[in-house]
Design a protein around this ligand. Sequence first.
Ligand code: ADP
Ligand code: MG
Length: 316
Amino acid sequence: MQQGSETIAAESFCAVEGVRHVYKGGTVALDGVDLRIGTGLFGLLGPNGAGKSTLMRILCTLLVPTEGRAAVGGYDVVTQRDAVRSLIGYLPQEFGAWRLHRVAEVLDTLASLSGMWDKGERRLRVEQVLEQVGLAEVSDRKVKKLSGGMLRRLGVAQALVHEPRFLIVDEPTVGLDPEERLRFRAVMAELAKDRTIILSTHIVADLGSGCEDLALIDRGKVVFRGSPSELLQRSRGRVVEVEVEQSGEMAVLELIEVVARSAHGGRVHIRGVLKGEGAVSGSMPVADPTLEEAYLAFMVGRGREIVLEGAEVAHA
Ligand SMILES: Nc1ncnc2c1ncn2[C@@H]1O[C@H](COP(=O)(O)OP(=O)(O)O)[C@@H](O)[C@H]1O
Ligand SMILES: [Mg+2]
């Protein structure tokens, strides 16, 4: 960064200042985003269309922002593109790989492309990344024979081949089954120990406990920035439980966005978030809101409709 470097140059940070992006046709995908992201797992949360992928493509130097600037590791994503590219690994939202090749071959080729000329060094590196993402046992398997979760982890492996300090993964858990989700989360938490990972998702649970910092993005703007526990704090009192006669359910549904519902003996038990400021008679705030519920409460509070999915949280 040439000017104003004192505010943005820290080499361990990803910094975004006043970024606005307008696509051809006029869609405003990002509308004045400021973020500073340090080591660890950073969650970029937001509904579809919020602008997550656009922001990630800007950080990866694939898209030039209409306004504002961004730096990765102190390098400007527009004027110092090559330096930025050497520092980042990117797993795009749509990741496919050469289906007829074997896992280790794909990585070996990508390692050569990233400038690792020495064959022995490359072999070691490929073994190492396969180990990191838990694919060592299938290194000889053809890509087309991988499960969805394995393919995503291969995507992470390809992004890691050149040992980037920054890893950008865009909605990596879409379409994975619960077991693969857990596995993926564990891989991310482990990798986040010594690098910056920016992970976008609209499935809150997929951030996992390894995430200590997050931004909530909606319609191109950062609407919340803080830790998961701060987001939980914000939802205090807004996540409630109520039990009503079946006949009274419709009235309650007007006031509560339902997360879980169960019926027994003519009565309905509902857990959800309050849509408005008004209280719902007979409802009690829950003592243990989940992060997803906190996210839902936040977005519903903004008048947004959010569909929760991928939740593995069981509500009694
Ligand atoms: N290549 C594009 N051309 C025009 N509009 C786009 C393009 N990519 C994304 N958009 C629009 O920009 C907005 C943000 O999209 P995106 O960054 O993909 O959001 P997210 O990843 O959060 O779902 C959406 O309204 C989307 O339709
Ligand atoms: Mg996206």
